[in-house]
Design a protein around this ligand. Structure first.
Ligand code: ARG
Length: 560
């Protein structure tokens, strides 16, 4: 049962609908006050009464029933206490029935959400700067699917530009087929870096010529380009596998080459194109922005041109309800500009394009340097975290079997969780010690809690899922129950705000409440029905934590 909706049905405020009331119901920080609370301040204006008077009036109008055990008005808040046994019984039953689907819903049925994330650049390093877009986008992809939307994961590859001309030129000068094949993306990157260090005017001219050859369909140039692309993709896909990241489309910038012409024609027909110093632009001055460059003076298209074509293509192909771009805030202006251009073109759906911006990740030792060739590869960060996880796990439990397997899940989980735990717009400093702590707000802590719950259930020979007559859960137990009950709305909030961090924080909070229960209450040595209830609570917690972590792409362990 949805308690918020149930309570909302009882509250009648003129001019405010049930949905709005339900979403205004909050969980008070302290459960002495109540289990749910409605702040009445926001109704003061509509009702022309003080919040205190509104709360009092509502409290008088609502009488307790089998679900609501107490209603009271305190300082403009309308507080509800819930029938503890009823809620506990409902929630445990629901989780046992829904299993891996607990928290999912069908609110998104029939709606498609395109999510553009990771969007790596071919032949360039896949570095720590790509961590957030990759794991944030992937979590959103899983969350939207879980809510019944049809999520389309798109890797908008950076596979267009003069750098490929440079790369061909460098390869022809210094490259060797076998070495590049073997060295993969690292060998390609070395060639590219060497080109940038050594190039003179003649080489730059040659590079432009090779780029022109790719564009004009020259066979050799295109074969080389495709080869560099496949080496890059092979490499990144291995990392995606480790991070449990998936895509439905790898249509990158190059894919839009032939789709830009009609877009440019449309811009011209609509009188939006202007010439400026030989280039074609859309003037955005009336909107307080610099112009959006569409064609360079040499006729070449730009990043924005391809993004405009891509948005139109996605609308035509997927008829999206929303199209999200999970890209760092450094590109704020770019997104504002091309969204505006689409709006000026009369695309009413431009309002459905969302730039999901996030902050920077740097390493503790400041190693995120952008100097030529000095970047921190994401692969190395993952490897180091797994290596450290191995040490941490072995120290905690030297007798573990499959330590390597466990270290992989713990280390990879810590990288993901470390990037997702904070509000996405914040800049973060990644610290190996912090993300691998058993005590902190970490995936390791949550995974360890899962292993603890598994071990209890194993010793008990499984959960019985009983509920004794006349049993009223204690405060500590009820805190766990309430946290369990709020998982579905946490998932909805995370989707609405594009904030997987809500789920990460939720997992830590539930784990903390469970651990308090675990240390305060006997489980295995409790009597009869109480033992059954506590086992059911343990099993429901394990289930819910597993669901929460899996939405983030993190696995759980039954031993650690
Ligand atoms: N490849 C780009 C970069 O590394 C990100 C692309 C983001 N997606 C987009 N549709 N512009 O900066």
């Amino acid at each position: 049962m949805d308690y918020k909706k149930y309570i909302a049905d009882k509250i009648k405020v003129e001019g405010v609908d049930r949905e709005e009331i339900a979403s205004s119901l909050a969980l008070p920080p302290n459960s002495q006050m109540g289990d749910y609370a409605l702040p009445c301040f926001k109704f003061a204006k509509i009702l022309r009464k003080s919040p205190v008077a509104i709360a009092q009036q509502l409290a008088e109008d609502i009488s307790p029933d089998g679900v609501i055990s107490e209603v009271s008005a305190v300082n403009g808040y309308l507080n509800f206490k819930i029938n503890k046994a009823g809620l506990a019984r409902d929630v445990l039953k629901k989780i046992a029935e829904d299993g891996a689907k607990y928290g999912s819903s069908s609110v998104g049925a029939g709606k498609t959400v395109c999510i553009d994330y990771s969007s790596v650049n071919i032949a360039k390093p896949f570095h720590i700067g790509h961590l957030s877009t990759t794991v944030l986008g992937s979590a959103l992809y899983k969350i939207f699917n879980f809510l019944g939307y049809n999520a389309v994961g798109i890797n908008h590859l950076g596979d267009y530009g003069t750098q490929f001309g440079k790369l061909i030129s460098a390869y022809k000068r210094w490259g060797n087929r076998d070495e590049v094949q073997k060295g993969g993306i690292h060998a390609i990157n070395d060639l590219y870096v060497r080109f940038n260090n050594e190039a003179d005017e003649e080489m730059e001219r040659e590079a432009r010529e090779y780029f022109r050859l790719i564009e004009s369909g020259d066979r050799e140039a295109n074969e080389l380009f495709e080869w560099f692309k496949s080496l890059t993709l092979e490499y990144v896909k291995k990392i995606y596998d480790r991070l449990d990241v998936h895509f439905d489309s790898y249509a990158g910038e190059r894919f839009y080459t032939d789709k830009m012409v009609p877009v440019i024609d449309e811009l011209r027909d609509k009188g939006l194109l202007k010439e400026s110093e030989g280039a074609q632009i859309v003037d955005l001055e009336p909107y307080g922005m610099p112009p959006c460059l569409i064609l360079r003076s040499d006729g070449a298209s730009l990043y924005a041109t391809r993004d405009i074509a891509a948005a139109i293509y996605r609308k035509n192909t997927y008829d999206f309800y929303k199209c999200l771009y999970v890209v760092a805030y450094q590109q704020n202006l770019h997104f504002k500009q091309f969204f505006k251009v689409l709006e000026l073109m009369g695309k009413e759906w431009a309002k459905d394009l969302v730039h999901v911006a996030y902050g920077m990740v740097s390493l503790e030792d400041g190693a995120m340097s952008t100097r030529k060739g000095k970047v921190v590869w994401l692969e190395d960060v993952i490897a180091k975290c797994v290596e450290k996880a191995y040490a941490v796990v072995s120290e905690k439990n030297p007798d573990l079997e499959n330590k390597q397997e466990i270290a992989e899940k713990v280390g990879v989980g810590a990288v993901i969780f470390g990037a997702l735990y904070n509000n996405k717009i914040k800049d973060i400093t990644f610290s190996y010690d912090k993300v691998l702590s058993f005590e902190g707000e970490t995936s390791v802590y949550v995974q360890y809690t899962c292993a603890r719950a598994s071990s209890v259930l194993e010793k008990a020979g499984g959960a019985k899922c009983g509920f004794p007559e006349d049993f009223i859960p204690s405060d500590v137990e009820f805190e766990v129950v309430k946290a369990l009950a709020s998982f579905p709305e946490t998932v909805l909030d995370a989707a609405e705000k594009y904030e997987p961090s809500y789920i990460a924080r939720y997992a830590v909070d539930l784990a903390q409440k469970f651990n308090k229960f675990y240390f305060d209450c006997k489980i295995l040595t409790a009597e009869g029905g109480v033992k059954d209830f506590r086992l059911a609570l343990t099993s429901a917690t394990l289930r819910t934590l597993t669901n929460a972590l899996s939405l983030l792409g993190i696995g759980v362990l039954d031993k650690m």
